[in-house]
Design a protein around this ligand. Structure first.
Ligand code: PEP
Ligand code: MN
Length: 357
């Protein structure tokens, strides 16, 4: 577990929020980086300019990045436009090259986070460095693997830690390229409240049309920033052409977003919120009390079943409960999915109680 209280707020991230990670999927040429950065700098300051130098591609014989030469180009962009620059590292050699070149921020990609050996090798290479490192979520929907990667980097002495929510591979990702599974991002944020969490809307959506809605959702969840793949000529991009947007498009997106704050100074609003929250707290207390009563009855039933040598699981009874509660939930405006998830979890606890009674 990373001790969040030891984390500094990343100094260069202090100030303007949401943090703006903009730039192309891949560095293709100095010219492409300069044209893209120039377009972005017309509308934005405080940019953390991203570009992949080494690209993890699914198939060989596709564009795998320009390699170390691209690091020099990123430094040129940093000097010319005053942006911070960031790239993906997937091996100790990448880390060493980036530290030597003076790259401001590193990120670990989704395909690396899945592998604790790779993350540990990167962590070892980072030992003694003072560079901020952002860790993308792994491809599979596993928050502990994500936290574990952040912890490995933290244990190597990196205190400027960040995380990137880029969506997950689920059985059904539609309509996204990678399913956002917002609950997992919220879980990560709850487990690590001090670690800035940004949302990579490009790799989640895979499609510019879906970006506004996903970006707004991320802001509404109080995420700390957005990563948006931005290219001077998306159609000609050598990787992820379908999801990149132009700097002008990016500006349009930014203007359409509603930036809310997690707190309000309006006293009346605060009072009203406190009132509603105290009602919720009282209802939650009653829910827990009722659940405990329900579990006590379950336990009693468990004892009777044992005495009469009846199995704990009685499928028909369980199906009846589910049907009945889903039906009454629907009449009270609650979705089948919600009631079904809730009752599956109640039923599981109930079976545990009966098993141990
Ligand atoms: C990227 O940011 O270009 C990238 C390869 O992302 P991910 O690791 O999320 O697939
Ligand atoms: Mn990409």
């Amino acid at each position: 577990m990373v001790n969040d209280s030891n984390l500094q707020h990343i100094p260069w991230l202090s100030g303007k929020r949401p943090y703006q990670f903009f730039g192309p999927c891949s560095a293709e040429s100095l010219d492409q980086l300069r044209t893209t950065a120039a377009g972005i700098s017309e509308h934005f300051t405080d940019v953390i300019f991203r570009a992949g130098i080494w690209k993890p591609r699914t198939r060989p014989n596709t564009f795998e990045g320009v390699g170390e030469e691209g690091l020099k180009w990123l430094i040129d962009i940093k000097e010319e436009f005053g942006f911070k620059v960031t790239t993906e590292v997937a091996s100790p050699a990448h880390v060493e090259a980036c530290l030597k070149a003076g790259i401001d921020v590193l990120w670990i990609g989704a395909r690396t986070t899945v592998n604790p050996f790779s993350v540990q090798a990167i962590a070892d290479a980072l030992e003694g460095a003072d560079v901020p490192v952002f860790v993308k979520n792994p491809l599979n929907p596993d928050v502990s693997l994500w936290s574990g990667a952040v912890e490995r980097i933290g244990k190597a002495g990196i205190t400027k830690l960040g995380a990137i929510h880029r969506g997950f591979h689920l059985a059904d990702n539609k309509p996204y390229r990678n399913a956002p599974a917002w609950d997992l991002a919220v879980q990560f944020k709850t487990d690590h409240p001090e670690i800035p969490l940004i949302c990579d809307v490009s790799h989640i959506t895979g499609n510019p049309e879906l970006i506004p809605h996903v970006a707004q959702r991320a802001l509404d969840l109080d995420m700390d920033g957005l990563m948006v793949e931005t290219h001077c000529n998306p159609k000609k991009a050598l990787s992820d052409a379908k999801q990149q947007i132009t700097p002008a498009h990016l500006q349009g997106l930014w203007n359409s977003l509603i930036f809310k704050s997690a707190e309000s100074k309006n006293i009346e609003f605060q009072n009203q919120l406190d009132l509603l929250r105290s009602k919720i707290d009282r209802i939650d207390d009653s829910i827990v009390e009722l659940l405990s009563q329900r579990m006590n009855i379950s336990e009693e039933i468990g004892v009777y079943k044992k005495e009469n040598q009846v199995t704990i699981l009685q499928l028909q009874r369980w199906q009846e409960i589910l049907e009945r509660t889903i039906k009454s939930g629907k009449t009270l405006n609650m979705s089948e999915k919600f009631i079904s998830n809730l009752y599956h979890s109640i039923h599981e606890e109930s079976i545990d109680k009966q098993t141990n009674s």
